[in-house]
Ligand binder design. Sequence first.
Ligand code: AMP
Length: 329
Amino acid sequence: MSTEVNILTGVRPTGNLTIANYLGAVKPLLELQEKGEKPFLFVADLHAITDYEPHEVKKYIKELVADYLALGINPEKTTIYVQSAIKAEVMTLSIYLARLTTVAELLRVPTIKDKIKKGQKPESANALLFFYPVLMASDILIQKSKKIPVGEDQVAHLEVAKMLAERFNKKYGNFFTLPKVHQVKSLRILSLKGDSKMSKSLPEGAIFLTDTPAEAEKKLNKAQTAMDKQMTPSLESLVLIAKGLNSTEAEQKQIDEIIVQHKSGQQVMGQFKKLVIAIVKRFLQDFQAKRAEIVKNKKNIDSILENGAKVAIENARATLFEVEKHLYR
Ligand code: AMP
């Protein structure tokens, strides 16, 4: 019998993580893990080959797992597996799901429309881009997942998953629980350079978890803050960074005090930056030390992924078996 997974989340192994990835994606998952939600976390290597060469993606899988472990993901509380470990099951289900949607519906998925608007041409974009929502629906439904923590950009994809589950249930009998968006507090960390999002595609404005503390300090020294009394999005973003990166209660109080002083016109931005720099450097040092310990024993990562794959495969096979019973009855 397949079982329903409470929370499922995927992450693409496409490069080094930034502190915005940690704050926006990893920290909310840690909270769910600590609440005892038993989340499933999969490394979405098949999704990543939409934009990257398979051999490049493969290189990043274990790196990403090491990052997540060093950031606090605990394999005893969170099931971690690689998407391609269940590729036969996930691809088979995606075929059954694809026939429940139409070409026109997929072309209307906002993320695809948006990419096409931004310059990806249907003539040159590979067809995996088009298939992405169906594959994502399969990732979710193969584990009979109930809640998916997604940012706004992924809500439309989740709607496709829900629609496909509904159509399946209607046509072949009730089987899937409809997956729901698990609202995570929406968080937007800005680039240190100004008002676009912090992103690995703009490296000068981003702090990577692999940056040395000295590199991070250099970037933060140049970061935008605000003129006296003003509260700008850049400053707010630095406050989120300083408060979110494991600062102590005393430091958090200090940040609040500095902001009050700033709003009253005092010149405290220098003091504020010093504090942010100290917090970020300490965070990076702690992370990098933990990660170094983890990668010393690569076998450990292998066995974590093997254990996760066992759990994921067992459930995926059971789901597929039951799906086929409905389809071919
Ligand atoms: P990406 O690596 O850009 O695909 O981002 C992966 C996830 O990290 C996103 O879905 C967000 O949850 C989180 N994330 C990335 N960039 C930011 C940002 N600037 N602010 C907040 N969260 C972010």
